[in-house]
Design a binder for this molecule. Structure first.
Ligand code: NI
Length: 173
């Protein structure tokens, strides 16, 4: 199996702020991108990865919140849409592969229902709960140019952005 790891964009980057476009049809290119995204997510490692983080503007994200390292259960969501959210909320300390090592509490609905296409172009509607729901909402946000720091106060957001600018400068040295 050929590994095809994709470079992950780091905040701040204008490509992370773009509205992604629906995938017109699930074809070989879509599958290749999804496969590479899954490999890139596991390698990072992370529990979710959205297309804009690997410089694609397709409405695709992958996630795997299984807590076992041996029992993988990757999900590919193409053209995902929220069809229902619970009134009950949940707070998780969220992180993002585009903002490595930075974590903050974000409050979101505890459960969401999402409709999406899978890698075979088949339509699904699934209920996600707890960590899966948080992850699904975080990744769907990415497809709309929204980062988890956009849910925080302006002060926290600018603090974290400054840290990232510094981190990216150090990487470039
Ligand atoms: Ni993220």
């Amino acid at each position: 199996r050929i590994m095809s790891l994709l470079p992950i964009l780091l905040h701040p980057d204008p490509r992370l702020k773009k509205q992604c476009v629906p995938v017109p049809s699930v074809d070989a290119d879509t599958r290749r991108l999804a496969e590479s995204m899954i490999e890139t997510m596991y390698d990072a490692p992370g529990v979710g990865l959205a297309a804009p983080q690997v410089a694609s503007d397709a409405r695709i994200f992958v996630m795997d919140c299984t807590d076992s390292e041996t029992d993988n259960n990757p999900l590919v969501l193409i053209n995902p849409e929220i069809t229902w959210v619970s009134e009950e909320l949940n707070t998780y300390s969220e992180g993002c592969l585009s903002l490595p090592d930075l974590f903050e509490d974000v409050e979101r609905p505890k459960q969401v229902r999402m409709s999406f296409l899978d890698i075979d172009g088949k339509h699904h509607e699934e209920l996600f709960d707890d960590l899966w729901a948080t992850c699904a909402q975080h990744e769907l946000d990415h497809l709309n140019g929204v980062l988890f720091i956009d849910h925080l106060s302006r002060m926290k957001r600018s603090m974290m952005t400054k840290k990232m600018v510094k981190f990216k400068k150090e990487l470039a040295l």
